[in-house]
Design a protein around this ligand. Sequence first.
Ligand code: NCD
Ligand code: ZN
Ligand code: ZN
Length: 355
Amino acid sequence: MKLITIPGVIDAHVHLREPGATQKEDMTSGTKAAVSGGVTLVVDMPNNPQPTNSPQALENKVVLAANRIYSDLGFYFAATPEAIPYFTTVKDRVFGYKLYMNHTTGNLIVTDEQAQAIFAKIPEGKTLIVHAEGETMSKAIALAKKFNTKLHIAHVSLASEVHEIKKAKEQGMNITAEVTPHHLFLKSDDVKRLGSYGIMKPPLQTVNDQEVLWEGLRRGIIDIVATDHAPHTIDEKDNGEKPSFGVPGVETMLPLLFTAVAEKRISLETLVTVTNTNPRKIFSIPEQLDTYVEIDASESYVLTNQKVVSKCGWTPFAGMRIKGKIVSIYLRGHKIVDNEKIMIEPTGKLVTPMI
Ligand code: NCD
Ligand code: ZN
Ligand code: ZN
């Protein structure tokens, strides 16, 4: 046994699917999956069938979460035209505003004029998170410059995006970026093998893109790893004509990243920075006291669909060998996971940003 202790992992990009799509996941199943993988705090995205774009919709999520979550949980607010009047109302209760500038699950995509109006109205000090791929990302950066917006780029996947973010940072912009485990560990070639289970937005890219993403992570150009945990059922994925976009990932992020540490692709220090220190800084997430994960670095195992805790019941990483194994997880001093056994009582709390 070679025990390594790290702070509880934060996943700042999760789709818990409740309310409205609980056949895919719900707050209980999604946060249970989270803690099983060492993630002690998740931030939930607003693209539900009834989007989180009003104070009532936000309050509804708060009520739904009561006594039903295993990890701590916070929310983002939808950055849609109808939501603009509420941006200041909800500002102390959400970790940021999420803007969809490309088509993806949920149909919250906006026009260029609408995007402009949204950038103009983000409250001072709050973060605007954008789904903006490739050239759309350049548009988002230009708007952030114009309106002096604190901008966070979700799921960076292309080498060209990393170069552009590096440039924007060098110019002194208040910009941060995130990469997903699937863009780090899977590539476009894997789609042949995975079929619709390898389809997500943005898509898997080339080995060269992947190398640049790793380098961006090591050099601090990419600030955080977050999963974009986007579960869909096997039926929804097997739907030949129109498979849903997205893959689950909340429970496999730490095992995969720890494997990368074991293989010396990143240092343990970088792992902690990109899964804890940086997400806290970017979104003003309060510290979770006495919350940590113990990993036995001498163990190894293979990921399987059978062991998936998420309601969706599959993982695009099945078959991959993991180095290290989570032994126990502590939330506020209490052991909530003990050798794959998850505590029966959910003890997660709702969190709001530090002001
Ligand atoms: C996400 C989903 O299913 O909610 N899908 C995806 O392919 N990434 C939405 C998103 O983050 O774009
Ligand atoms: Zn997205
Ligand atoms: Zn997402």
